[in-house]
Design a binder for this molecule. Structure first.
Ligand code: PGA
Length: 260
């Protein structure tokens, strides 16, 4: 199965810096048949970067969108406006949920807005440290997945990506054990299977995000059921990000040989 390496730049780099960074990235970034490399800069950099990048080498994603297509929503950017600039949209990132108070209802509207506009939503789900300590991961993941995908049609689910991002792992330097990631992926796929059937659930890409770096990328990418990485801080270090794409390519190839 195809691997996804998605870089979430968050609120970093101005337009000029973004362009310089992409230039550096482009020098080393391999083009791999089985790896989809995506960078998610700030909205303001999407347009210039869409003209700059080699679209075979990398794709663009937005970090968020508003769920209405147009209208009197000062300061917002819709999925309709992102068409032609980005192919992916991160939705429900933990910083959106916890700093900006987005709830499952709003997140589900955003997932639908992305799909309605032919963009791929990357629905982020994951438990907080408190929920992890309380042993509530299962319920939180079920709620986030069910809440985010509630009105998605069975003809649309194949266009959705899920990213498992434990809130306590984001930017903290801590990651769950591989078996915990594997368990979380199972929970996510089981919930999708309940909603859309087993065959569909098998094919929905599930990524991991939270303190991924070049050192732990191979271990995490080797976890059963994981189809890629959502990378924050390390996506702004060119050799780290390039290295992860290389590793994803190697693992995709090994899987292909194994499945032959
Ligand atoms: P991090 O962020 O890799 O810096 O932990 C991941 C994310 O927020 O998507």
């Amino acid at each position: 199965m195809k691997k996804f390496i998605i870089g979430n730049w968050k609120m970093n780099l101005n337009v000029h810096e973004a362009s310089l960074f992409v230039m550096k990235l482009a020098e080393g970034l391999p083009i791999k048949r089985d790896v989809e490399t995506v960078i998610c800069p700030s909205f303001i950099a999407l347009q210039p970067l869409s003209l700059q990048i080699n679209h075979r080498q990398m794709k663009l994603g937005a970090q968020d969108c508003y769920w209405r297509d147009s209208g009197a929503f000062t300061g917002e950017i819709s999925a309709t406006q992102l068409r032609g600039l980005a192919q992916y949209i991160l939705i429900g990132h933990s910083e959106r949920r916890h700093i900006f108070g987005e709830d499952d209802r709003e997140i589900r509207f955003k997932v639908q807005a992305a799909l309605r506009n032919s963009l791929t939503p990357v629905l982020c789900v994951g438990e907080t440290e408190f929920e992890y300590d309380e042993g509530d991961t299962l319920h939180v993941l079920n709620d986030h997945v069910a809440g985010g995908l509630l009105n998605v049609g069975s003809d649309q689910i194949q266009d959705v990506i899920i990213a498992y991002e434990p809130v306590w792992a984001i930017g903290s330097g801590r990651t769950p054990k591989p078996e915990e990631i594997e368990q979380a992926v199972k929970i996510i796929r089981t919930q999708i299977a309940h909603m859309f059937g087993k065959n569909v659930a098998k094919n929905v890409p599930v990524l991991y995000g939270g303190s991924v770096n070049l050192t732990n990328a191979r271990t995490i990418l080797s976890v059963r059921g994981i189809d890629g990485l959502l990378v924050g801080g390390a996506s702004l270090i060119a050799p780290e990000f390039v290295g992860m794409v290389e590793i994803a390519g190697e693992i995709a190839k090994q899987e292909e040989i194994k499945n032959e």
